[in-house]
Ligand binder design. Structure first.
Ligand code: FES
Length: 634
């Protein structure tokens, strides 16, 4: 850049001061607050990926306030506008600016991300079945072999026997092999993965072998640390997926990478940053170092697995929804950006298609459906994308229904992720009085997915919402207390869950008519997906022997409520079971046993994917499932 250009550029730059961190960011005039904060540690929510529609990226402009934009006026209320609150994604910085982003919440402390899993009993891995992806073999190179003039590698091959005739080693291992052999007096442990020698270590050091498992959720990321010796789970931790600032669901994130040349690299960096933070937290808590980690296994939807590998998932955005790769891949963990030893490997699970990823394969593996000959299982991984399987070991169908983030509490007016202050459960007593269970037992701040499903089921039961999803006017309600919560906005009614006084934010918490519509769309997509698979399989609902729910919502939601709103078909509630965090459980099974590692590859071949957008009858099913069942199952 010439001196003149540098001078010009400097003149174009101004300061953004971010409180309460007192962070000073030099930015180009005209960029939005959102863009200015993109490469900082300041986390701003944003479900719509900066489109100005979700209202989650609010910041307070402390310096001179600009007039509100049209989007500000659409999304913010007058009180907020008067206080200087603006949407970060819509506010351009044209002169030095001071903003306040609010106190950072202790996210990890209060998040109720699902980290437990309920392994189907017959798939529990006994100690004798532990056969991790990485083997450790005690090897003694006898003096005659050492003096035979053989290369180090050939000497090791000879001692390991014909099983390892094709043994190779990465450069990182070869570079220190001679030194390591000498230091261990040719009596050490070979760290092996298939036909690869990953490392040569002293016997004592190699005894401490651990592996990591990552569940790459669209909203949250879970990390687990496991002992490779006995399969013990040493630690579990989780955090919000930092990519959320670029959209709450995969569709918004695909849009983001379409609009930004460096989008994939940014998504990759954010995800790897999350995994590195989780790893260092796990190691610190367990008193281990990164040298103790030999292997990591990651499972997520196809878009997340692509982002992890820094591959572009853009082909998944449009028909025919083609990913770059669907194979299970083994890579060096450091090549992916993980802060692990240069010998550690990362295995990413196979995927079936653009919308059926390693996470669903994990759920299939955990449920044990492929071992079933006589019983038919229905499984649903209820996250931002509803991934569904139906069948048995004879035939297994899968599909992915674009439910959107409503079931996770996103894009809902008072929606929030399951953390402190979220209404997670709603119930009624015999007199029709509603009560809520709130995470953290504090005043409500919003409602998460399981609370939303419960609330709508309860309001359907009480006749506040009709079968078409319309919130009825107060004069049609017999319950006076509930009728007083119905607030007219234009020609429609919203239901006030908590008044400004009752809420933890000082603002009333509502279920709006639009929220009900968003839930109807989500549940219709899933129910239509289930019905399409049932038809394709040529069975009826009565033929289903078990229903497994996985994912964050699947674990906490009341099975009765899912049937009441028509998310699940009318099955006997007793056959519905939760699988917990099946994605990480499946990945853990793969980590601890090669048997399951081979099995995921077989499963990816065995399962049949049904593309809903072209499946006959799907659109009609979807429209049929928009309304709520008029059968009251309570
Ligand atoms: Fe700004 Fe959604 S309104 S990110």
């Amino acid at each position: 850049m010439s001196a003149k250009e540098v001078k010009k550029k400097k003149a174009r730059q101004i300061w953004l001061n971010v409180l309460p961190d007192d962070l000073w960011v030099k930015v180009d005039k005209g960029v939005s607050i959102w863009e200015a904060l993109e490469h900082t540690d300041v986390d701003i929510d944003g479900d719509c990926g900066g489109m100005g529609t979700c209202g989650k990226c609010k910041v307070k402009v402390v310096s001179e306030v600009y007039p509100p934009s049209a989007e500000d006026e659409d999304v913010l209320d007058q009180d907020e506008i008067d206080q200087g609150i603006r949407l970060a994604c819509q506010t351009k910085i044209n002169q030095d600016m001071v903003i306040y982003t609010g106190e950072e919440e202790e996210e990890e402390e209060f998040l109720k991300i699902l980290t437990t899993s309920h392994v189907v009993q017959d798939l529990y891995i006994p100690l004798s079945g532990i056969d991790p992806l990485v083997d450790k073999r005690l090897v003694i190179l006898p003096p005659d072999i050492q003096q035979d003039g053989l290369s180090d590698m050939d000497a090791i091959k000879q001692v390991l026997g014909p099983e390892y005739n094709y043994l190779k080693a990465p450069l990182s291992c070869l570079r220190k092999l001679t030194r390591n052999l000498k230091e261990t007096a040719f009596h050490g442990t070979a760290i092996l993965n298939q036909q690869w020698l990953l490392d040569w270590q002293s016997e004592s050091k190699a005894g401490r072998g651990y592996g990591l498992v990552f569940d790459l959720g669209t909203s949250t990321v879970v990390g687990k640390l496991l002992s490779l010796n006995d399969g013990t789970e040493v630690g579990v931790t989780s955090c919000l997926n930092s990519q959320s600032r670029h959209g709450a669901d995969v569709i918004s994130r695909l849009q983001y990478i379409k609009d930004n040349a460096k989008g994939v690299a940014r998504m990759h960096k954010l995800l790897v940053g999350d995994l590195n933070r989780l790893t260092s937290h796990l190691l610190k808590t367990a008193g281990l170092t990164k040298q103790d980690i030999f292997v990591a296994v990651a499972a997520g939807n196809t878009v997340m697995q692509h982002f992890l590998l820094n591959l572009t998932p853009i082909g998944i955005a449009e028909a025919p929804f083609s990913p770059v790769v669907t194979d299970g891949l083994i890579n060096k963990a450091i090549d992916v950006g993980l802060k692990l030893p240069d010998t550690a490997i990362l295995y990413t699970l196979p995927m079936k298609s653009g919308y059926v990823g390693g996470d669903l394969l994990s759920v299939v593996l955990t449920s044990g459906v492929a071992e079933q000959k006589d019983e038919i299982y229905l499984g649903l991984d209820l996250g931002t994308n509803g991934e569904i399987f139906l069948g048995s070991g004879k035939r297994l169908l899968t599909c992915s229904a674009a439910a959107g983030p409503a079931l996770e509490g996103a894009k809902i007016s008072s929606g929030m992720i399951a953390k402190a202050g979220a209404i997670e459960n709603v119930s009624i007593d015999g007199d029709g009085n509603i009560s809520y269970r709130i995470i953290g037992n504090i005043k409500p701040r919003g409602i998460c997915g399981s609370g939303l499903v419960d609330l709508i089921a309860v309001l359907l039961h009480l006749g506040i919402i009709d079968d078409e999803g319309l919130i009825r006017p107060p004069d049609e309600s017999k319950n006076k207390e509930l009728a007083s919560r119905l607030v007219k906005r234009g020609s429609i009614y919203d239901f006030r869950i908590a008044s400004a006084k009752e809420s933890g934010t000082g603002k009333a918490v509502y279920l709006t008519q639009n929220d009900v519509r968003a839930l109807q769309l989500a549940k219709a997509a899933i129910a239509a997906g289930v019905e399409t698979l049932i038809n394709e399989m040529g069975i009826t609902v009565k033929d289903i022997d078990r229903v497994y729910l996985a994912g964050a919502l699947g674990n906490y939601v009341d099975p009765l409520s899912t049937i009441r709103i028509g998310l699940l078909p009318q099955v006997d509630v007793q056959i519905i079971k939760s699988l917990g965090n099946a994605a990480s459980q499946g990945a853990a099974m793969v980590l601890l046993s090669k048997k399951y590692w081979y099995k995921t590859t077989q499963l990816a071949d065995f399962i049949e994917h049904v593309e809903l957008s072209s499946a006959p009858g799907f659109n009609d099913n979807f429209i049929d499932h928009m309304s709520f069942p008029n059968q009251n199952t309570w």
